[in-house]
Design a protein around this ligand. Structure first.
Ligand SMILES: *Cc1c(COP(=O)(O)O)cnc(C)c1O
Length: 366
């Protein structure tokens, strides 16, 4: 490795995304938790119209995202007992960018470590490592995937270096479980010198949010995204909701023009039409329940309940997990092998049916 490169990066594994070269031409992408349906064509046309008629392509984007922050604040306030102001909102190039801003604002430069409870979303740890921030890993209960609080508390107490950020999810990915009452109680009593990040990427599916408690906990920050239920994964828009003081620092550490104009407008249009867009969420949830029941009836695997738009299951004989993924991929269904099991996104009814048929065929020949 070139001697000017930081040696710890040589062993770092980047977030794995699939390359398209070895895929069958028509694939069912049930590996990235996107929404199964594209934006309605009328909304795409409205966006294109705005692009043609009013967007200035020779001008830099609005670097303060103010109209979008106002629109997000109104949307978030609909699910909060107290109104959320645009000063409590920061917008990122996907919530991935916000995760990095959080790390830049808290733990980089030897100030501390982050704590994650695994299995969980891998980006927190990957981004921390790229910035030279130590990652403390605490286990989850193997049966329920709830955080093992005593172990996490031990890591916090040892504090070497001090834990500056705890990354939690509501619900967890890849396992789909919502926070338990015990977990939320634990978050409530954590010391205020730890930033508690609650990633609600799947909020529109779970209906669960801790936004109502932000006022009582200035050390909490909630992350959301337009990449899932709002169908804007191509546009890369995420946001954070929190204490204005923290939000102001997240705004300071990011790149000035982090979000293209077209993406800002896409998110505004999606919010304007949220009733229409989110009306399809129950279809996905019903499909999830149908698949859950089918998987639950399979003696060769164990599936966990989920409040998100995906399901997590493990084969009783784990050595078949990778061969199952490879077979599904060859036949045209992409799923994610992760945490000793498989995470499958709920797709259209046809995609889910093909997954189910291919899975059954595999299990029957074992
Ligand atoms: C999909 C997802 C996100 C969203 O990331 P973006 O960068 O906004 O696309 C964030 N957190 C979790 C846990 C996710 O699954």
């Amino acid at each position: 490795m070139a001697t000017f490169l930081r040696p710890e990066l040589s062993n770092l594994r980047a977030y794995s995304t699939l390359t398209s070269d070895s895929l069958p031409p028509e694939v069912d992408s049930l590996d990235t938790n996107e929404f199964p349906w594209d934006l309605p064509i009328a909304l795409k046309e409205r966006l294109a119209q705005q692009y043609v008629s009013t967007l200035a392509s020779h001008r830099y984007p609005d670097s303060h995202h103010w109209p979008l922050r106002q629109a997000i604040a109104r949307y978030v306030s609909e699910h909060s007992p107290t109104a959320i102001s645009p000063h409590q909102i920061a917008v990122g190039n996907g919530s991935d960018e916000l995760i990095r801003s959080i790390l830049l604002a808290t733990a980089i430069g030897g100030y501390g470590s982050i704590l994650v409870a695994e299995p969980t979303f891998s980006m927190y740890g990957i981004l921390a490592q790229t910035l030279g921030i130590p990652v403390q890993r605490s286990p989850r209960d193997p049966d329920t995937f709830a955080v093992q609080i005593a172990e996490a508390d031990t890591l916090i107490a040892q504090g070497d270096p001090p834990v500056r950020v705890l990354f939690m999810l509501q619900p967890n990915s890849p396992t789909g479980n919502p926070l338990t009452t015990a977990e939320v109680d634990w978050l409530r009593q954590l010391p205020e010198d730890i930033l508690v990040v609650i990633d609600e990427a799947y909020f529109e599916f779970s209906g669960k949010t801790l936004v109502g408690e932000l006022a009582a906990h200035p050390n909490w920050l909630i992350l959301r995204t337009f990449s899932k239920a709002f169908r804007l994964a191509a546009h890369r828009v995420g946001y954070a909701i929190g204490n204005p003081e923290v939000i102001a620092v997240l705004e300071k550490v990011r790149l000035p023009y982090n979000l293209p104009t077209f993406s800002q407008v896409a998110a505004e249009v999606a919010l304007e039409h949220r009733q229409e867009l989110l009306a399809e969420v129950p279809t996905v949830l019903a499909e999830r329940e149908r698949l859950y029941e089918r998987l639950q009836a399979c003696p060769q695997l164990r599936v966990w309940p989920s409040v998100a738009n995906f399901l997590f299951f493990r084969l009783q004989e784990p050595q078949h997990t990778q061969p199952l993924c490879d077979t599904l991929r060859r036949e045209g269904t992409l799923v994610r092998a992760i945490a000793g099991g498989i995470r499958v996104t709920i797709g259209t009814p046809a995609e889910t049916e093909r997954f189910w048929q291919r899975l059954q065929a595999f299990l029957n020949q074992l």
